[in-house]
Design a protein around this ligand. Structure first.
Ligand SMILES: [Zn+2]
Length: 171
């Protein structure tokens, strides 16, 4: 099963392959405040935005129970095009804004991830000499470099499911 390294302790897969998972804080909390950066093309849907002459999109989750602050996703760190093709700039904390809706400010979080398959990642990334001049990618990095991400939120107060809060092709 594949599991993103930076989410090792908080990503609980809900399928056999690890493509879908729920975020649970190390304290056991499932309610999070959301801090994010992106372009809201709909009230509750956020795409990649222009950022410092490149592109940025990021989502952090702050546990409502213990306050631990987790970076779930940053286009420049976890997106295939953002990282490998260097289209992204990592978003700084100062530009993140809290996400709230008319009814909710705390959310449960589900994530769906799509990865390169192993052969493709080996060929396009690990065995690419040009890329490896700048990076030292190994097969272990495949777990943290995604070709698609979907983040779905569920409001703790209202029970409303915010589908496709993020639904972003990354490769
Ligand atoms: Zn917590």
């Amino acid at each position: 099963m594949i599991k993103p390294r930076h989410l090792e302790k908080i990503y609980y897969p809900t399928d056999d392959e690890g493509i879908e998972g729920e975020i649970v804080c190390e304290c056991g909390g499932r309610a999070f405040k959301i801090r994010c950066f992106g372009e809201f093309y709909d009230k509750n849907k956020m795409a990649i935005n222009e950022y410092e002459n490149k592109y940025g999109q990021a989502v952090r989750a702050v546990c409502a129970n213990c306050g631990t602050n987790y970076l779930l996703y940053d286009f420049a760190l976890h997106g295939y095009n953002g990282l490998i093709c260097e289209e992204g700039i990592a978003v700084s904390d100062e530009v993140l804004e809290g996400f709230i809706t008319e009814t909710d400010n705390l959310f449960e979080i589900k994530i769906f991830l799509e990865y390169d398959d192993e052969d493709q990642f080996l060929e396009e990334v690990v065995n690419d000499e040009y890329l490896q001049k700048d990076f030292n990618f190994t097969m272990a990095d495949r777990a943290s470099i995604w070709s698609w991400i979907v983040i779905e939120l569920k409001g703790m107060q209202s029970g409303i499911v915010y589908k496709d809060f993020v639904n972003q092709e990354l490769a």
